[in-house]
Design a protein around this ligand. Structure first.
Ligand code: MN
Length: 441
């Protein structure tokens, strides 16, 4: 079994850290998590560099490496993670990632020999700001929730909601890497061509149907050579870890532009991701069987593997919250809009990578794959406003009396995610926050 699927000493539920805040059971970053990002002290002139979240702190990987706190393969990996992007670490592969994780786990454990020296490598998360953790060469967005595809399809084609290819392949399109921003991203409401209802000609206008999409992002590790597909059995060794991803969507622009080649300007204006990458190894305890209903088409051989059936799915709880400008001013807290689990995905992460490369496309370290909007089987598990409001026909009532069909200027959308399982620690993804600014004048 690969490093990323094996339960080992780093997952033990009884591990505690000498960083006390990591031992609070509700914290996203206990010692069993150890997610990677890049950070610097807020507002300073310091360079961004790699760090690992532990409790309410960040361990500075470059500082820890310089202090001689790593040895062997872990030291080589930590040196790669000391720069302003994690591409070097991502390119190293599961053996190096696992060695670094084990060294971090032992260094940060209660009673660790080096805790006094490691203390000097901590920066409070409240003092830190983040950048996109790696240079994203290519970004791909997939469409792997059968519930989302059915709900959306029903709005446009009530008798035939699912396209005939959906159950045969993980549908996707090539997205835009340059507009990916880290949590905290603020972007202008997009403008573009929209076809008004009943009209025969489009108008140029501010987007009036701005939406979020609750997704996960898959960070690619070592790439494959052009023309050499990744077999499904090896696919997970090409995946470093997962983050939260909001694929903001301008539904009115999308409706007019998307045929025949798919979304273009409706999604390329912004994509927001969480600052932390939770490694596939940290997610090992929360794997579950990947299943396919017996009446559905079974995967073609290149998308089929025993390992995928046994543990290809991941039970990750995901949520989207809305914080309006009014809620922010009142300090009343955000309202939860969506709640689901990634285990409902029709296609697994291994199948997405195998399919992405099967025609010969080469993935590269730092590539990012969006999983597609992860709606669950019930109506309250809808993961975008277009589903929750039936295409804008039904208003959502918010707890403070406000209503929404689509996003307004000043709205912030906050994604959250975490894993829980009896006998294991709770590990979380932090938050993925983005704010809608008014369209340019
Ligand atoms: Mn999407």
């Amino acid at each position: 079994m690969s490093e990323s699927a094996t339960i080992n000493e780093t997952h033990a539920a009884d591990l505690k850290s000498w960083v006390e805040s990591a031992n609070d059971g509700a914290c996203d970053f206990p010692i069993q998590n150890l997610p990677f990002g890049v950070f610097r002290r807020r507002g300073g002139a310091e360079p961004f560099r790699g760090g690992v979240a532990i409790g309410d702190q960040v361990l500075d990987l470059g500082a820890a490496h310089a202090a001689g706190l790593f040895s062997g393969e872990a030291a080589t990996a930590a040196a790669q993670a000391a720069s302003d992007s994690l591409n070097g670490l991502l390119a190293m592969g599961p053996r190096a990632w696992s060695a670094l994780r084990l060294a971090l786990s032992r260094m940060l454990r209660a009673g660790a020999q080096d805790s006094a020296r490691a203390t000097h490598c901590l920066v409070p998360q409240s003092d830190a700001e983040h950048a996109v953790p790696a240079r994203v060469g290519d970004y791909t967005d997939m469409y792997t929730s059968v519930h989302h595809a059915t709900n959306i399809g029903r709005l446009f084609r009530p008798d035939n909601p699912l396209m005939p290819n959906f159950k045969w392949l993980p549908v996707g399109y090539h997205g835009r890497a340059s507009s990916i921003g880290v949590s905290g991203q603020r972007f202008r409401r997009p403008r573009g061509q929209v076809l008004p209802a009943g009209a025969s000609e489009p108008v140029f206008t501010d987007c009036k149907r701005l939406d979020y999409e609750l997704e996960l992002g898959i960070w690619i590790g070592p790439g494959n050579r052009l023309g050499e597909p990744v077999p499904i059995g090896a696919a997970e060794s090409h995946i470093f870890g997962l983050c939260l991803l909001n694929d903001w969507s301008a539904r009115d622009i999308q409706a007019w532009e998307y045929q025949p080649l798919g979304p273009f300007l409706a999604k390329s204006f912004a994509t927001t991701i969480s600052a932390w990458i939770v490694t596939l190894e940290a997610l090992a305890p929360y794997r579950c069987q990947w299943t396919r209903p017996a009446d559905d088409p079974q995967p073609l051989p290149y998308l089929e593997a025993a390992s995928n059936r046994e543990r290809g799915a991941l039970d990750i709880t995901i949520e989207a919250w809305l914080e309006t400008a009014k809620m922010r001013a009142a300090g009343s807290g955000a309202a939860r809009l969506s709640h689901s689990s990634f285990r409902h995905s029709y296609w697994s992460i291994a199948q997405m990578v195998a399919h992405h490369t099967v025609a010969g496309c080469n993935l590269q370290a730092g590539d990012l794959i969006g999983t597609g909007t992860q709606s669950g089987p019930t109506s309250d598990e809808a993961a975008a406003l277009i589903e929750l409001t039936m295409g804008g026909k039904k208003q959502l009532m918010l707890p403070d009396g406000e209503t929404r069909t689509f996003l307004e200027d000043g709205d912030a959308v906050i994604l959250r995610g975490w894993c829980e399982k009896a006998g294991f620690a709770r590990v979380g993804f932090g938050e993925c926050r983005g704010l809608v600014l008014p369209a340019s004048a």
